[in-house]
Design a protein around this ligand. Structure first.
Ligand SMILES: [Zn+2]
Length: 107
């Protein structure tokens, strides 16, 4: 086997290893994304009830996130993933206000 042949094989091996690494990370990302998607829809199958009056909680859309609310105004319930989405939306709204204020200050 000549040196040229060895170099070629080594290069080919390197590329194959890199390719496998890429697909490993691609698979990891895909799995993480699937877990995220599953978590995002992990709404309890059982019907939630208000701990104070026992009324069946009603689904209410708040900033695009559906949350459980007591029909008798005892409160709202959000799970962790819903809270994260809400926090993100609120943060964006806050940030949008700052950017807006800054653009006015420049004038
Ligand atoms: Zn209630």
């Amino acid at each position: 086997m000549g040196d040229q042949e060895k170099d070629r094989l080594r290069k080919e091996l390197d590329e194959r290893e890199r390719g496998e690494e890429d697909s490993f990370f691609a698979r990891q990302n895909r799995e993480a994304l699937e877990r995220l998607r599953a978590g995002g829809h992990a709404a309890p199958a059982v019907e939630a009830r208000c701990p104070r009056c026992g009324a069946q909680l009603q689904k209410v859309d708040h900033l695009g996130v559906v949350i459980d609310c007591c029909p008798n105004q005892h409160g709202m319930w959000v799970d962790h993933s819903q809270l994260q989405v809400l926090a993100e939306r609120e943060k964006n709204a806050w940030l949008a206000k700052v950017i807006h204020a800054m653009s006015f200050a420049k004038r």
